[in-house]
Design a protein around this ligand. Structure first.
Ligand SMILES: [Zn+2]
Ligand SMILES: [Zn+2]
Length: 111
């Protein structure tokens, strides 16, 4: 076993250590673990930071929301639903022609 020449991650002092050792002393080790925890906490906060941008389907304006909303406000949501209901009843529903599927029978096969 031979010690490797390393540089402390905390105080940047050159030292010799085996294997995974990255700090020169226990003191620096404590600092390093604290720093790691701090970094981890910051990352967690960062992960929560970005708020996806949504586009309102009613008025087309962009808004920020973590929830997968499609409307910027309750007013827009109500308006959108009202419009939908109006157009749905206006078109008198599907004509039924789509339902008649012409099934091409291809069962006839030569032996
Ligand atoms: Zn150190
Ligand atoms: Zn809107």
């Amino acid at each position: 076993m031979s010690d490797d020449a390393k540089v402390c991650k905390i105080c940047a002092a050159p030292f010799t250590g085996r294997g995974e050792v990255i700090v020169c002393s226990v003191e620096c080790g404590v600092k390093y673990s604290k720093r790691l925890m701090h970094i981890r906490r910051e990352r967690r906060q960062l992960a929560l930071m970005p708020v996806p941008k949504q586009t309102c389907v009613a008025c087309g304006s962009e808004f920020l929301s973590r929830a997968p909303l499609r409307h910027c406000s309750e007013a827009c949501r109500d308006e959108w639903h009202n419009n939908r209901r109006r157009t749905d009843s206006g078109t008198n529903g599907p004509t039924g022609q789509e339902g008649q599927h012409h099934v091409h029978e291809d069962d006839h096969q030569d032996p």
